[in-house]
Design a protein around this ligand. Structure first.
Ligand code: B3K
Ligand code: ZN
Length: 818
């Protein structure tokens, strides 16, 4: 165990020295005492190692250092040299645009110095930083600044923290400053550091940060604990952001936003990620994970919290639809692939491969079910008890569940299947109405091997759409029946409202009932969910559905728009990626052809209605972020997309030229790139000339082209030679190569695969974490048509055969080939 950690950094272009002075002590609860200690360390040059001024007994081994003959308590001083200037992995200490920054979760700290790099080793950190004042005027670390002169500072963080929450930043930044007074009256200085040219894109992030502070006080009763909260935006970052104590480091995409450069979605994402990292201060930092298998303890819970934050501030129903759509597209796919794992995984080769949709998004669904069972009050009682018991500790998911259990006297034993079993549960509902007894019998059956404890939110509607009953059925057994009495007519049931459990549900709803629900259900999610099922049917099994009745219902909805966002979601067809999950064998060309055929039907039937809606909504826009304004823009822009596909290119080009916010500009740009037309190339050039200096907007420019149906493998190779393409900047690589892998018809062929494999092999040497994300594209190879299946398999085999394959990529490829 560690009492205190004192770090000194001497930063320079090519010679960075890290000195650490750590006071270790033996865990008093340890049964088998030992005088041996293993410290993690990767890619470090050891300069000196001392205990009490003397070199201890030590041995350098793979990925660390072994110490022996230790006493029960000692202070270890280690000097190492590291090379942030050459670090392209973006883990540990590295440089982005010349500035220094760190990323330590999960195992980055061991690339900084030899240490007990595990989340349950908590200590108080003091950090000294020295650097050339002219090049690096801003020197930051966690906690409070206790000493400062030009080129030399000391930070002290009074809170106990594991090393994965350590952060350091050094560089030339502009800062936006503000303050927040907490409920108990403490003033917190808020600072957002960005490269100087980005300072006019920081106000929204600051406002979001203040909203996060206020929301966590109001909804969870949680206040911030230090005197300063800092956010630094960097362009080179592997993920979205990192919740380091008091010093968040962000992918600049999730900080920088103004109406000229950010879409409505971008704004809401910035706010959500700022919120997410802030909420980690309690769920993650003050109470952290005992080991990395507990990752969902902090991530599932914090995602649930950020989802609630967005839902409270914007449209709850749209947020739910987007989240469920994401869950079903990405997490359900993970569950159906070779890397499937429970919310609490049981093993890993490379921990960074387990920051997954399962741990995050399914983890959040599991928390949401707990919330559904206990209600807001019971849930908050559980949270309170959790913090009372565990503030300042590193704990397990079981500890969290016990707090929920004890605060509410609610038994979660059967519920724990959600944490231990991988895969998506399947549930079947059958109904039977008895006219004579006026009773409605519902039988619910769990089809899979395991029994889950789960809530099914439902409503029963009469023929006028009136609600005759609603509530939550709690399923805890393999099969359960429920009886609803005194119903004069057979009701239309609305199942799994709000997607109350992350399951695949088969019900005996008829087509007519689904069509009734899309028009009449009081639950927006259910309206969307049912229309999605009908779209899927129309795309995949058109002979089983009469599209006129579906289109008649949609016509009523389009003629009387109540909630424009919802209507936009309803007339958005399931993505190709989503459809791939619903076919026996993935034929990328066939799926696209069938989907496009339905789009054509939609355009034929509603072309003029779309034009009316578009014209009505296309007026003055002061780019407000209210649900109404966001909804109006989204509906207008999906109409524009369909109209462009129908040949109304001028409309899109007009909007492209006259748009006064990025939502409108980008929608028209994407529309112009979705089909061949005379304006496409002009738009690409103009967009580039207007925004070439803006990194965030250029990512959009690259990804719009990568996703265009006219893009070819050669075109991507050209884009990768573009002066603004940068292989070592993950955002840019994701826009170009990541984007292209989602351009299914263009990507899935030998040339496309060869390109991807080249990129992966290069990333294996430079940034294996990103390489592992990209190689996961091949995870579903067995589900493709035979030719593509064989080609993908060959790629996987050739990657497996390369020398020095990283753990990150090995783990994915190995499991895919198994
Ligand atoms: N905790 C970080 C993710 C770290 C990923 C490490 N590969 C961001 C977040 O979830 O808030
Ligand atoms: Zn998180």
């Amino acid at each position: 165990m560690v009492h205190t950690t004192e770090l000194s950094f001497e930063l320079s272009e090519d010679k960075t020295i890290v000195s650490s002075e750590v006071s270790y002590y033996q865990n008093p609860n340890l049964k088998n005492k030992s005088n041996f200690l293993f410290l993690n360390g990767v890619d470090l040059e050891l300069i000196s190692i001392l205990i009490n001024g003397v070199e201890p007994n030590y041995k350098l081994v793979k990925d660390g250092l072994e110490l022996s003959d230790l006493s029960a308590e000692f202070v270890l001083k280690i000097n190492t040299r590291i090379h942030p200037e050459k670090n392209t992995s973006l883990n540990g200490l590295y440089q982005s645009s010349g500035n220094f920054c760190t990323q330590c979760e999960a195992h980055g700290f061991r690339q900084i110095t030899y240490y007990l790099d595990r989340p349950d080793v908590l200590s108080v950190f003091t950090t000294h930083i020295k650097a050339d004042f002219k090049r690096y005027p801003v020197l930051l670390s966690n906690g409070n600044l206790i000493e400062s002169k030009p080129g030399e500072v000391t930070w002290h963080d009074p809170s106990l923290k594991p090393c994965y929450l350590f952060a350091l930043v050094a560089g030339d930044f502009a800062v936006l400053e503000d303050a927040y007074t907490t409920l108990s009256g403490n003033e917190v200085a808020l600072k957002i550091y960005v490269e100087a040219h980005n300072i006019d894109k920081t106000q929204f992030a600051m406002d979001s940060l203040k909203r996060s502070f206020a929301w966590d006080e109001q909804r969870f009763g949680l206040e911030y604990d230090l005197d300063v909260y800092m956010i630094v935006a960097v362009d080179d970052f592997n993920m979205g952001a990192m919740e380091n104590k008091g010093l968040n480091i962000f992918n600049s995409t999730y900080v920088l936003a103004n109406p000229e450069t950010a879409t409505d979605k971008d704004f809401i994402n910035v706010e959500a990620v700022i919120g997410h990292e802030y909420f980690h201060n309690w769920t993650g930092n003050r109470v952290t994970c005992q080991d990395w298998f507990q990752l969902s303890l902090k991530e599932g819970l914090t995602v649930f919290r950020d989802q609630e934050f967005t839902s409270d501030l914007h449209s709850r129903s749209i947020k739910r639809i987007e989240d469920v759509n994401g869950l079903r597209t990405f997490q359900f796919a993970e569950d159906a692939g070779p890397m499937k794992h429970p919310v609490r995984p049981e093993s890993y080769i490379e921990m960074n491969n387990f920051y997954t949709f399962t741990v995050y998004e399914k983890g959040a669904e599991v928390i949401r079910m707990i919330h559904t069972f206990l209600g807001e009050d019971g849930f908050q009682k559980g949270m309170k008890l959790y913090f009372e018991r565990h503030d300042g500790q590193a704990v397990t998911i079981d500890n969290f569940i016990s707090a929920m259990n004890d605060a509410n006297d609610f038994n979660f034993d059967v519920f724990m299947t959600w944490y231990s079993q991988p895969g998506t549960p399947e549930v079947e509902i059958k109904t039977n109405y008895n006219v004579d007894s006026q009773s409605y019998c519902v039988t619910i059956k769990q089809l899979g091997e395991h029994t889950y404890y789960l809530p099914i939110r439902y409503g029963l509607l009469n023929d006028q759409g009136g609600e005759v009953d609603q509530g939550v059925l709690v399923l805890s057994e393999r099969e359960q029946s429920y009886h609803f009495n005194n119903l004069e007519h057979e009701p239309t049931p609305s199942w799994l409202r709000g997607f109350s459990a992350p399951i695949k549900l088969k019900s005996d709803l008829t087509l007519a009932q689904r069509i009734f629900l899309i028009e009449n259900d009081t639950d927006s999610f259910s309206r969307w969910d049912n229309v999605q099922e009908l779209w899927l049917l129309l795309i995949l099994k058109p002979d089983q559905i009469d599209e006129t009745s579906l289109f008649d219902a949609l016509e009523n909805i389009l003629n009387n728009v109540q909630d424009p966002s919802l209507v936009c979601e309803m007339i958005t067809l399931p993505s190709e990626r989503f459809i791939h999950l619903r076919v026996d064998e993935i034929d990328v060309v066939e799926v696209k052809r069938k989907r496009e055929a339905v789009i054509d039907q939609l355009i034929n039937r509603f072309g003029s209605l779309f034009l009316n809606i578009y014209t009505n909504l296309n007026g003055d826009d002061d780019h407000e972020l209210t649900p109404e304004a966001v909804g109006a823009r989204s509906l207008k822009n999906i109409c524009l997309y369909y109209l462009t596909k129908a040949g109304k290119f001028e409309l899109a080009y007009d909007q492209f030229n006259n748009a006064n916010c990025m939502s409108d500009r980008l929608s028209s740009f994407n529309a112009l790139l979705s089909v061949n037309n005379p304006y496409k190339d002009k738009a690409i050039e103009k967009f580039f000339e207007t925004y070439k200096k803006d990194v965030q907007v250029m990512d959009k420019w690259f990804s719009a082209q990568s996703l265009s149906p006219m893009m070819s493998v050669n075109g991507i190779r050209q884009l990768m030679k573009h002066e603004l393409f940068s292989f070592n900047t993950p955002n840019r690589l994701r826009s170009v190569v990541g984007g292209f892998t989602q351009n299914f018809v263009q990507f899935h062929n030998q040339e496309g695969y060869e390109l991807l494999t080249e990129v992966i092999i290069k990333l294996n040497g430079s940034n294996p974490q990103i390489g592992a994300r990209l190689v996961s594209i091949y995870n579903h190879w067995k589900r493709y048509t035979p030719e593509l299946r064989d080609l993908q398999k060959q790629q996987l085999e050739s990657i497996l055969a390369i020398d020095d394959l990283s753990n990150d990529i090995f783990e994915i490829v190995h499991s895919a080939l198994k």
